[in-house]
Design a protein around this ligand. Structure first.
Ligand SMILES: NC(=O)c1ccc[n+]([C@@H]2O[C@H](COP(=O)([O-])OP(=O)(O)OC[C@H]3O[C@@H](n4cnc5c(N)ncnc54)[C@H](OP(=O)(O)O)[C@@H]3O)[C@@H](O)[C@H]2O)c1
Length: 337
């Protein structure tokens, strides 16, 4: 048995116990390989396959997308409404092929390649059962690895920019953390909506951000964006609360500060007449957002950069890489090629 110990918080107590046998799976049930978090360990083990319920499809997962939400939830700080079962399979993002249809499913057939968002987790596995209102057809333009990086970040960026801030052509949009998963999606969506896009990243990501449509890139290691910007219509913050306070200083009266990583004190937002809000769960239905992003991708107008690809047995390495905070675009976990 291989055991990897994690050093950095919040995975300090997690270890990966590789390839143990599926002792608790009933002999008559179909099984699958999955990463399982329980009692401060992650085990790759053989578990029972899920079954597609009414309105659900069973997807054979090819790649799972890695999100900070995965290791935050495993470390006891859930940011997603993941079921806190005694044992949980991480992963809200995935891509794969439909293997079975639940009762009442229309619009999909067995064999269809799909993009998956599974808000209750479960994509770090060979199969996941997910409602059809949480998937979209995978466009040919995206590989399975790229498609696994679409949903969680794309949904967050869409929610903040479109559902909440109502971005319009000609507006200025500041994306803090532009090179990450949410930031890369936000830069592209803002540009697609006709906004002028300013983003922050380290210098090594300047060309990447310009290729996504950023008009101006601030190197956060040498520049203070707040010294040079004023009257920004919409700020999207994916870095930290400190950046949220700095962004508040540059957003115009009546503008928006949307943050997926914490907000300034409500009184300070009110004093500056800025609408400050978190990513919310209300807005455009998930499948419509995923379909629009798929259509943009098919038209060559939306890209997903796959930074690293890890094996299922390398979940902790994938999480350590994500925790280091310098993923360019998305990292993925290879479940089945
Ligand atoms: N509440 C929600 O529903 C929700 C949804 C999605 C995400 N989130 C949260 O939003 C945050 C971002 O998620 P993500 O998936 O986009 O993360 P990510 O992909 O891991 O972000 C990594 C990126 O952050 C950039 N970065 C690091 N420090 C920076 C700084 N000081 N200034 C500017 N850029 C910096 C890095 O660029 P360099 O390599 O150039 O440094 C890297 O490209 C996470 O905390 C996540 O948990 C919340």
């Amino acid at each position: 048995m291989i055991i990897y110990a994690m050093r950095s918080y919040p995975l300090a107590v997690l270890v990966l116990l590789a390839a143990s046998a599926g002792a608790r799976v009933a002999a008559d049930k179909a099984t699958m390989r999955a990463a399982l978090v329980s009692a401060a360990t992650i085990r790759v083990r053989e578990v029972a396959q899920p079954v597609a319920g009414p309105g659900q499809v069973l997807v054979r997962i090819r790649y799972a997308g890695v999100n900070p939400a995965d290791w935050k939830s495993a470390g006891g700080k859930p940011e997603e409404p993941m079921a806190r079962a005694p044992e949980a399979i991480p992963g809200v993002d995935g891509s794969g092929v439909i293997a079975a249809l639940g009762r009442g499913v229309v619009g999909y057939k067995i064999g269809d390649p799909v993009i998956v968002w599974s808000p209750t987790g479960g994509t770090y596995a060979q199969y996941v059962a997910v409602a059809t209102d949480s998937i979209a057809h995978k466009p040919d333009s995206l590989s399975f690895a790229e498609a696994a990086g679409v949903a969680h970040a794309g949904l967050a960026a869409w929610n903040m920019l479109i559902d909440q801030a109502g971005v319009r052509a000609g507006q200025s949009v500041l994306v803090l953390g532009g090179a990450g998963g949410v930031g890369s999606a936000a830069v592209q969506i803002a540009k697609l909506k006709g906004a002028r896009v300013i983003a922050t990243a380290s210098a090594r990501n300047a060309d990447y951000l310009k290729s996504l449509g950023a008009d101006t890139v601030f190197d956060y290691t040498t520049q203070h964006f707040e010294d040079q910007l004023r009257n920004i219509d919409i700020a999207i913050n994916t870095v930290d609360v400190d950046d949220a306070y700095r962004a508040l200083a540059v957003v115009r009266r009546g503008g928006y500060l949307l943050s997926s990583v914490g907000l300034p004190a409500a009184g300070q937002c009110a004093a500056r007449v800025v609408t400050c809000a978190d990513r919310s769960r209300n807005g455009t239905p998930v499948h419509l957002v995923l379909q629009q992003i798929a259509d943009w991708s098919q038209a060559g107008r939306f890209k997903v950069n796959v930074d690293r690809s890890f094996a299922l047995s390398e979940v902790l390495q994938a999480w350590q890489y994500s925790q280091a905070g310098h993923t360019r675009g998305k990292s993925v976990i290879r479940i089945d090629d």
